[in-house]
Design a protein around this ligand. Structure first.
Ligand SMILES: C[S@@+](CC[C@H](N)C(=O)[O-])C[C@H]1O[C@@H](n2cnc3c(N)ncnc32)[C@H](O)[C@@H]1O
Length: 300
């Protein structure tokens, strides 16, 4: 199976679908969420989906109401405009990597397999894990490991990587594990490796910058009462979503107008939603999922 959709009902309920509305699924993957949106749309409704991974194209849906755009969602407004769409009624995002991407050994996303250092979600991406590991400066490597992997001894790890690649280039995930073996005690190996892989993957795909660029376009794209439904899988993603919904920005305090009222482009709908114990039992990938829903704020 390409991907088992997470928080399917809750995330699509959050879009409050109007029969003839226009919707966007920015992370199409195996199409689980898209299919559910189509089920709830009428004959005149429309769904546009994005996925930067060329593999997702194989899952495209033969439905006249559906269009798949094989591009990065950081360009959402630009590509929708190309299709003549300036406003939509709801946007769904289900961030991160699909099970398919994890399971394809040669993509290099999974700690389970040996593979070339790649981790690109799109083959058109020029930066790969190989460049990050072999070409980044000490400072940049340290920052990636610390900021994106929450690795406490990032300094020491970066130093060891630099020393190791001076002896021989690090070309594969096994070579990476070998170079870092002093940091991987048996009992914590799995967790630390997952943190290292996450850090490199976020850097390779510029995930933080991309999510910021995307979120900043959302308010202008939404019609009045338009909805945003976002599923995140780690705290870096969720923090960006939470802050943007609360304050309309990623750092600092929200702007106040002349009268001291806070002007925010979105307002939250309900609280944080997490998967039920049953869902996590059936789908382990759901365990870290967090869903937030917001609506365009027209009470400014
Ligand atoms: C968690 S999966 C989505 C699964 C999907 N909701 C389903 O039900 O099958 C995330 C997908 O988003 C894609 N993706 C991640 N970041 C992207 C970006 N910046 N632009 C376009 N697609 C992206 C990945 O390639 C992956 O296929």
């Amino acid at each position: 199976m390409y991907h088992n959709p997470v928080l399917l009902k809750e995330s699509i309920d959050g879009l409050d679908i109007k029969e003839n509305g226009v919707y966007v699924d920015v992370t199409f993957g195996g199409g689980g969420h898209s299919k559910e949106i189509l089920k709830r749309l009428g004959a005149d409704g429309k769904l546009f989906a994005f996925d930067q991974d060329e593999d997702a194209q194989a899952n495209t849906l033969g439905d006249p109401r559906f269009t798949l755009i094989v591009e990065n969602f950081r360009y959402i407004a630009q590509f929708l405009k190309f299709y003549g769409i300036r406003k939509v009624d709801g946007i769904l995002a289900d961030f991160g990597v699909s099970s398919h991407q994890f399971d394809q050994a040669e993509r290099g996303f999974s700690t389970r397999f040996d593979a070339d250092l790649d981790m690109r979600m799109s083959k058109r991406n020029t930066l790969s894990a190989y460049e990050v590991v072999n070409k980044y400066t000490y400072d940049d490597l340290r920052k990636v490991l610390f900021d994106y992997g929450d690795i406490r001894n990032a300094n020491a790890m970066a130093k060891v990587l630099i020393a190791s690649r001076e002896v021989e280039e690090i070309r594969t995930t096994d070579a990476l594990k070998q170079a870092l073996k002093q940091f991987l005690p048996e009992h914590r190996q799995h967790k630390i490796l997952a943190q290292i892989y996450q850090a490199i993957r976020i850097e390779v795909n510029q995930e933080i910058e991309v999510i910021k660029e995307f979120l900043k376009q959302v308010p202008d794209l939404l019609n009045p009462k338009g909805r945003l439904s976002v599923i995140s899988y780690h705290s870096l993603e969720d923090r960006l979503v939470k802050r943007y919904i609360r304050a309309g920005q990623f750092e600092g305090e929200p702007e106040k107008d002349f009268y001291g009222n806070i002007e925010v482009p979105l307002k939250k709908v309900g609280g944080l939603i997490v998967p039920s114990r049953e869902e996590i039992k059936l789908n382990n990938r759901a365990r870290s999922a967090k869903l937030r829903i917001a609506e365009r704020n027209d009470e400014k």
